[in-house]
Design a protein. Sequence first.
Length: 310
Amino acid sequence: MIPPTSERIAQEKNLFTLDRWLEHLAQVSIASIEWDVPDTIDPIYLERELYYHGKVIFFAVEEGLVALSGFGTSMPNLYGIPTTRTVHAKNGFTADLDQTNSVICYNNVTRTPGSVSALSYATRLAELDRIIQLNARAQKTPVLLKAPKEAQLSVENAYGSYDENAEVIRINNDYDPEAISVLNLGVPFQGNELRSLQQSILEEYLRTRGIGSANAGKAERLNTSEVAAGNSGLLVCQRAILLPRLQACDLVNKRFENILGGKKISCHFTRDMIDYILDDFQAGIDAKKMPAPGGFTYEERTVTEGAEET
């Protein structure tokens, strides 16, 4: 068996780091929205489909209201919404629907999957992770070794033992230390600065997802106008995500009123995250009165916006 090359190992580490960040950003995004829906709908599946595919389709079956992944099968109407749709499930279930017996819910106001922008952020975060790892590792092995060809294998083995924290490094009797020269690269440690940059990128992504995250050290220096501006921008991002969901909820509640039995479906950002936003920015705003995206309060969470499909 041929051992993997250093380039192959580096590529595998890069891909592993990227996958880890993609999974982390997906989990945070999917968990940021809570749904109040019947038991016939899996809210986690609902948010996963919105995150990865950009839309889900609500419709009724014998068991009640359901929501599945799907796609348009016709020319769109005046507002870009397909008038006929097909839904499908992994167990082979499919159904052909139209605008009279189904409702499309989009992921955001641009009708795009959340995973698209997450890939860009995950790539930058993963790259910084690898840079930080290499920079930290360079503090331990900040050298280049020069040796004659016949001593190359011995030097590589000795250096490998050192790199793997071996307690004892064994050498041959014919080892000539004078034949080996060492060049110290003097790599400065920049882990703290790189980690701070990585944190700012992560916070930027969280804010685009409507999730507040402020640096604790900076929060103490924020004045009233900075807090207000920060919260305003955050609410705009929340609105861009919540608005299509709230519109879909409004349509579903009207179109399937008999199936829902007088109950209403709704959605909102996870309340724990909202409380964290308010506490972190020390805004001094009562959460029960704070206006939320869609024209409702976080306490009431009543839908006041909605647009009929035409």
